[in-house]
Design a protein around this ligand. Sequence first.
Ligand code: NAD
Length: 485
Amino acid sequence: MTTRTDPRGYPAVRMYIGGAWRESGAQHTAPVVNPATEEIIGTVPLATPADLDDALEAARRGFRIWRDTPVAQRTAILHQAADLLTRRAAEIGRVMTLEQGKPLTEATGEARRVADTLRWHADDARRAYGRVIPSAPGTLLTVRREPIGPVAAFVPWNFPAGGPLRKISSALSAGCSIVLKASEETPATAAALVGCFADAGLPDGVLNLVFGEPAEVSAHLIASPVIRLIAFTGSVPVGKLLAAAAGNVMKPSLMELGGHAPVIVCADADPARAARRAARAKFANAGQVCTSPSRFLVHESRLQDFTAEFVKAAEAVVVGDGLDEGTTMGPLANERRLTAVERLTADAVRRGATVRTGGRRPDRAGYFFAPTVLTDVPEDALMMSEEPFGPLAPIVPFSELDEALAVANSLPYGLAAYGFTESAATAERLSAELEAGILSINHCGGSVHEAPSGGVKESGYGREGGPEALDAYLVTKRVSHLLAG
Ligand code: NAD
């Protein structure tokens, strides 16, 4: 790793606390690395406990202001922030590619999409109705839905705009304030998003952005009596730690964790079409997506055609620096992922798998790994049970649907699953029997803001997207009012 500032320009990153941009109180910083070049392109400030206390106090005050702001005014500010996000999407995308690696078109598209997500949630919150319950004469029995209070949110590096925006849009739409700890690996995107809210006129303290040593920041924020909800997106092991810490102080949590999504390609599916659609999803964001298809269970009669088309699609992927025109897959986002996919590939090969294409890092700087397709992968290969979070596609045959369903449901995860079939009856069987919070039939499309996303089993609990997104951020209060006598 070298220490040259990226010539393409990377902004100075600061935290945003109580309406002011600032450095770490102790001037602590960590380097930010461009994964396409391994060069240090900037630094991120790391919060001290005193910085975190300032953020908590700001969120406490911000909550009172925001909760009491008329909903129409809140919505107008959020729409204004969304307009700024749209206008700044190209610049946000460029920064995202520099620090995370994904191709510029993917990055810019992500920045544009989050603006729409924000608009949708801001409008939806205007309909967060309570209810009036039929009761005795002279009695008013009502149920109100109120914002839960200041939220502590922790988001990772794979969707530097999408991750933070899902938390921010749900919290702010519901009337909560938030202390967001975004990833130290993609801090400039988070700061650029927060800048849109600041410039839209969001009151001070409603949205606070910090970075730091993750375990220290989460311990400090979760323990604080100011915080009323913990929202986390990341790995299952870290999710369990944070959920346990939240449970210890009896705080609710929202956990968006990892998965290991099976794709079942049935005997009656079009194998080439299934392969093209699955491959497009597999190599998006270099496979670093919690819902990325990652175990390809293909009916034995379709195996040859599916594999041939999948290999063709993998070899058509243009791997390169995300800023270069024509690149369709960037590097992995950090060295940890590169080491992990190399380890998983070597393990599968040692156990008898055949690499049909890829399987290695190209001979260049950067955390690149070739789109990789493997067959003859034994069930005990680590990549069949450990979330690969990279561009690895193991293809395995099955003969009976029962067998495929058993393999698909055999892991402790339950985030996304995919099925390809021309039969309505088989599609219904997959819908009923696959243990997943998100199921797609005949496509591998991504999440949409109109509908809920989230996991079952160890993939977490709570939902983001759709009207359900507000549930975690609102509390239900029963009020019974004796009007007479
Ligand atoms: P990791 O488990 O170390 O970290 C995952 C995320 O949690 C990071 O953003 C990290 O900053 C944060 N984190 C770690 N410890 C924390 C703590 N004590 N308190 C608060 N936040 C903490 O792994 P990683 O190397 O960054 O990513 C690897 C794995 O994480 C992947 O294999 C994948 O399974 C998972 N992951 C999932 C998602 C998702 O969208 N669900 C996103 C990124 C990573």
